[in-house]
Write a new protein. Sequence first.
Length: 430
Amino acid sequence: MTEALIGFAAVFALAILRLPLAFAMGLVGVVGLGLMRSWPAALASAAQVVQETGFAYILSVIPLFILMGNFVARAGLAHELYRAAYSFIGHFRGGLAHATVISCAGFGAICGSSIATAATMAKVAYPSMRQLGYADHLSTGVICAGGTLGIMIPPSTILVIYGIVTETNIGKLFAAGVLPGLLCALLLMGAVAIVTWRDPSAGPAGERASWAERLQAVKGVWGVALLVVIVLGGIYGGVFTATEGAGIGAFGAFAFAVARRALSWRVLFEVLVDSARTTAMLFTILIAANMFANFVNMTTMPFELKDWILHLGLPPLAIVGAMMAIYILLGSIMEELSMVLLTLPLFFPIVVGLGFDPLWFGVLIVLVVQIGLISPPVGMNLFVLNALLREVPMARIYRGVWPFVAALIVGLVIVLEFAPLATWLPGFMD
């Protein structure tokens, strides 16, 4: 127990000294194992983690889904999703903001990345909202929050990594994220309605589109619908695995981008380099987290902490609720993926020991990551928008996200209380 506590303290100390958290976890993991066992054993363990992670077939789902999202973004499907949503609801108060949430949900269904969704929608939605006179705090807030739907609505990079680390079926995790993802979208739209009700000038209504314009706009999103049906339908139906589905999706997105003449040799090179860079970042974090997890599992901390919590006599749901509160606090000061990988070795055995469904806990993890992504001061989506929209002060972006943070916390509480929201759909895959 003492060794593990020292290890956690060392990781946080190194992070405070501005060493990237991935390197901090890897360094502490190797040094900790070296001091507890032997240096040859520690180095052999580190080499084994690198080799197993790099050659794990199931992990190929990550770069393939990233590649699919990049091809889709280059093909301009985000613009067409936004135009289709706007044509139906743009004439309502806050209609552009509502359309942003819907298009974020649609783009998230073929992207799997929160940052990519937020960055893409910042380029697509913000200019339209600014032109119509939307307040910057509403525009940036809804883009930041809508971007988080990219990691809840499947395919989701976070759910893939959670499934790999906890050995939970990825296809079932994707199914578990569908209803909570739709719930989050509705809650974000509810937050838009409240903001525009309190201040109608923040989100003025646009012009009503004719039915001919609406039908024309809907025709432009057939590519998104087809990709979603093929990839997710095939995974849920057991036609192919998540990895095979990711490969089919990446090829389909590539073919669609080629058919739309959106790919030149230069653009193709940029897509491949960006996908490789993102994949390398995720694998570095994952390898480092596994090194640190090996060190923690060598100590008695996971077992002692589990026994201590189980003997407290608290209601099991209260224990999970306390974990969620810890995650929310950590998410406001730490990078979200590292936070999850750092704590899963401790929390997951406790949750399983309490008898809870790993699918449900995985959805809760994604929800707290969503909240962390838009929680000041270090929410990643906030910095993405600040980098892309230089004309909007950071303080205004901070101000705009709070109603949406509250909406996602409400979603967390609902899923915490009503587990069937996450477990009902996966039940049909048994």
